[in-house]
Design a protein around this ligand. Structure first.
Ligand code: FE2
Length: 466
């Protein structure tokens, strides 16, 4: 009897295993016509410098503290350093305030940067529109932003998600679709690979400048939360450039000290009802390393009563069923995945693979070298993994997929696009991915995401794909 019982268990196990291994999710039937992805030429409109002597350009803002009451304003002046001061005022009051900043420059091979300014505005009020003016003394320009609501568990907030953007004609479509999306993103979670300047001879840093001017129409008005990708490394010993991340870290400042990080490449912020952890796929993450120790101390600090949504951004995906960058994220997954399951991370967003993919809630943490248990399994404590490296850079689409589609992969499609994550309250968020389709953004993948702490019982419900 016992033998019979074991047989049934074995057979059931095989059937379940079989279904897990072979019943993959959806590979979209939409097949994009593969066209060459080319960078916009230097004289394109979107790269135009603003008129006027020493006018600030490449303006971008990001969160400047841990809670959302500060903003880092960054910009470049080309003719002379000029003023690093930001003049700012709330829509509710006419009183103008000053925030002093700092200016820096760097050299990269035969390139010398413009004057890069960073100024942090602090003690802002939540939920308030502010105007800010930079370029004081020469050609001043004025922009605005809206501060987030106070941190709290049921605060609705909508993030945009963009990765691997680059500066091609497709990149421009992605950004335009994000801007025109009726689901209005209030801040962008950017998963790495910004300008792709390193694809040019000697990493022509002029392409860092053009990228900054291209995205200014969004980055000057809402914070982009930055993650470093491999195209930010700019390690080129053949031309004497041996300091990794030099252009990126000079140009894009993040509030890493506010989360006790020792490096701008990994840090965290709270924004509305979300706690966002940014990791670096290209910095040491093994045991005893600074990033490891930081993350080990960081995860227990997340108070899910205050910020129910725990989101991680990193560049190289841990789960990826395309034949590109296959298993590049594997060692980081081995190091950190048990923590993500333990602390019930809601979603992990990655880029790097130039296509779109969303997984089921799965984990693969049982393997211990001798037990052979190395298959991803459904796990309601595990995050959803989204690859969104489909911004549209010049390297083109990743179209080649592993077959059959693995069970862990819920939806995949080789198209450019962007996504939005609209957090509604502590239990639900509406997530959707919008492909670039012949001049339109089409909502091609969408799910209601259930929070892992406050609504963990039901599986996140995939909606019919339109
Ligand atoms: Fe990448």
């Amino acid at each position: 009897m016992e033998f019979f019982g074991r047989c049934i268990v074995l057979v059931l196990g095989l059937i379940l295993n079989e279904s897990l291994l072979c019943n993959g999710g959806v590979t979209s039937s939409f097949v994009r016509k593969v066209e060459k992805t080319i960078d916009m030429p230097l004289d394109s409109d979107v790269f135009g410098a603003p008129p006027g002597y020493n006018a600030p350009q490449q303006v971008h803002i990001t969160q400047g503290d841990h809670e959302g009451k500060a903003v880092i304003v960054s910009w470049v002046t080309m003719d002379e350093p000029g003023s690093s001061t930001v003049l700012y005022w709330s829509e509710k009051s006419k009183q103008k305030n000053n925030a002093k900043g700092k200016v820096t420059t760097y050299k990269f091979y035969n390139y010398t940067s413009g004057y890069i300014h960073h100024s942090t505005i602090r003690h802002l009020e939540f939920n308030t529109k502010y105007y800010y003016k930079i370029g004081i003394g020469h050609t001043a320009r004025t922009f605005w932003f809206v501060t987030p609501p106070p941190v709290g568990p049921d605060v609705p907030y909508t993030f945009g998600l963009i990765g691997d953007l680059g500066q091609s004609f497709d990149s421009n479509k992605t950004l335009t679709h994000y801007e025109l999306n009726p689901i209005k993103g209030q801040a962008v979670l950017f998963v790495g690979d910004l300008s792709y300047a390193d694809n040019y001879p000697n990493h022509d840093n002029v392409r860092w400048d053009t990228w900054g001017r291209f995205v200014e129409r969004s980055t000057a008005y809402q914070p982009w939360i930055w993650t470093a990708g491999n195209h930010e490394i700019d390690f080129a010993p053949e031309i004497g450039e041996t300091k990794p991340f030099k252009p990126y870290t000079h140009r894009y400042h993040v509030p890493y000290r506010a989360s006790n990080s020792t490096s701008p490449l990994w840090y965290s912020i709270k924004r509305a009802s979300a706690y966002i952890i940014v990791l670096s796929s290209y910095s040491a993450y093994g045991k005893y390393t600074p990033q490891y120790k930081w993350l080990e101390e960081e995860l227990p600090k997340v108070n899910r009563t205050e910020t129910p949504w725990l989101i991680v951004l990193l560049h190289s995906p841990w789960y990826n069923s395309y034949n590109y960058h296959y298993m590049e994220g594997e060692t980081m997954r081995v190091m950190y995945e048990p923590w993500f399951v333990k602390y019930k991370v809601d979603i992990v967003f990655a880029g790097h693979v130039h296509a779109y993919e969303r997984t089921e809630r799965i984990s693969n943490v049982a393997y211990n070298v001798v037990n052979g248990e190395c298959t991803p399994i459904r796990d309601q404590s595990a995050p959803i993994y989204v690859t969104i490296g489909d911004g549209g850079n010049l390297e083109g689409l990743a179209t080649n997929m592993t077959e059959p589609q693995p069970a862990y992969s819920a939806f995949r499609e080789a198209s450019f696009g962007h996504a939005t994550l609209a957090i509604k309250n502590r239990t639900h968020a509406y997530y959707s991915w919008h492909r670039n389709q012949d001049g339109y953004a089409v909502e091609a993948d969408k799910i209601w995401v259930n929070n892992r702490i406050w609504n963990p019982v039901d599986e996140s419900m995939a909606l019919a794909v339109s």
